[in-house]
Design a protein around this ligand. Structure first.
Ligand code: K1U
Ligand code: ZN
Length: 172
């Protein structure tokens, strides 16, 4: 059982634009820790605050270790993240913890620069490509009320509607 319950599609909180965090308080730091634990338990590689019922601009990401590339897992806890530069294109089959059992290929920018505050309120800049760039865009989309299904072409989204309805009915 994840530490915090994960809000599922079509809950309206997932469509809201989240509010900026005014101050990095101990309560915000605890939320980030709980979100990270929830992400690891799910398991997932990212999580945004609206997915745990908090409409504020906070996200966590950890891609984990990857033996093939030698990448080591690193936990990013980001507050008020903003994409300041984006370029290139990349296709990737994405999932979403708020829409279980559905994966679809989404086209996004291949390279992004993100500015944010870390869990101690320090300004940081992250330059990312590949899966980290994809995940940052997916999580920042959550803060703007955008889901990966909103990024599909109109035809694919139309096809997806039936599948989504079936998934929601099966859950009820
Ligand atoms: O925000 C979320 O809903 C989490 C989502 C993040 C994400 C996945 C793929 C592409 C972009 C963003 C997930 O973590 S879904 C689960 C998942 O993809 C995964 C789970 C365990 C190991 C590896 C991946
Ligand atoms: Zn998601």
């Amino acid at each position: 059982m994840p530490k915090l319950p994960i809000i599922l599609y079509p809950d309206p909180i997932l469509k809201k634009v989240a509010a900026p965090v005014e101050e990095v308080t101990p309560e915000i730091r605890k939320l980030l820790r709980d979100m990270a634990e929830t992400m690891y338990e799910a398991p997932g590689i990212g999580l945004a605050a609206p997915q745990v019922g908090r409409s504020i601009r906070a996200i966590v990401i950890d891609l984990g270790d990857d033996e093939e590339s030698g990448r080591k897992g690193e936990l990013f806890q980001l507050i008020n993240p903003e994409i300041v530069e984006a370029s290139g294109e990349i296709d990737y089959e994405e999932g979403c913890l708020s829409i279980p059992d559905l994966r679809e290929t989404v086209r996004r920018n291949a390279h992004v620069i993100v500015e944010a505050l870390d869990h101690e309120g320090r300004e940081i800049e992250i330059e990312a490509e590949g899966l980290l760039a994809i995940c940052l865009q997916h999580e920042i989309d959550h803060l703007n009320g955008v889901l990966f299904i909103d990024r599909l072409t109109p035809i694919r989204r139309e096809l997806m509607k039936k599948k989504l309805q079936r998934l929601v009915t099966e859950r009820e």
